[in-house]
Design a binder for this molecule. Structure first.
Ligand code: 5GP
Length: 181
């Protein structure tokens, strides 16, 4: 499928499934070298990372654990602006090697929040692995050490990523057409 309409927006195929798979293969190789023997704990950030997490860990023939969290954002009742909360982290992470699995890193605000929240529990190490990374939009100084695909600053869907609930099931990555018009 070259084009798809989701709600009121049109998207065109940007990265075919075969290229996404090849990028995840490469990333799995990188993580295998770094974490073999360390029994890493992979933490997928829902909803978007379900696809990436599944595709990645099935390629990793090392001893590892996987769990999922959700970042809930809401506006506080006081004038403190946006408040975030990490939901669902039940594992003890003290002394563990943790790898956060993100579907996409854009401004990096989510990564910043998750890193700060995890570091309070004193893990041995924390790194980020992202299916997609938009370097031109990134505003944080945390290194995104493991990236499957770097993309320009455009809105994309597919492979777990949605537009208002739709598109997560599309294989490959689709880019919005005529954004901003
Ligand atoms: P950040 O905090 O890095 O700015 O944004 C992270 C979150 O924004 C992602 O987890 C994702 O939910 C959403 N996001 C950022 N860029 C895109 C995009 O191009 N497509 C979709 N579907 N979501 C995006």
């Amino acid at each position: 499928m070259q084009r798809v309409r989701l709600h009121d927006k049109d998207f065109e195929l940007f990265i075919p499934e075969s290229e996404v798979n090849a990028a995840i293969d490469r990333l799995a190789g990188e993580l295998r070298v770094r974490y073999n023997g360390k029994r890493p704990l992979f933490i997928g950030v829902l909803n978007g990372a379900f696809f990436f997490a599944a595709e990645l860990v099935k390629r990793l023939d090392i001893e590892c654990e996987i769990t999922f969290v959700k970042v809930a954002s809401y506006h506080g009742t006081r004038s403190t602006g946006k408040v975030s909360e990490l939901i669902g982290l039940n594992e003890r992470i003290e002394g563990r090697h943790v790898v956060v699995l993100e579907d996409i890193v854009d401004t990096g605000n989510t990564v910043r929040y998750i890193m700060d929240a995890l570091n309070e529990h004193h893990p041995a190490s924390v790194s980020i692995a992202a299916l997609l990374f938009k370097p031109d939009a990134y505003t944080q100084d945390i290194p995104i050490e493991h990236v499957a695909v770097r993309i320009p600053n455009a809105f994309v869907v597919g492979s777990g990523l949605d537009h208002d609930g739709l598109g997560r099931n599309l294989p490959g990555i689709y880019k919005i057409i005529n954004s901003g018009q």
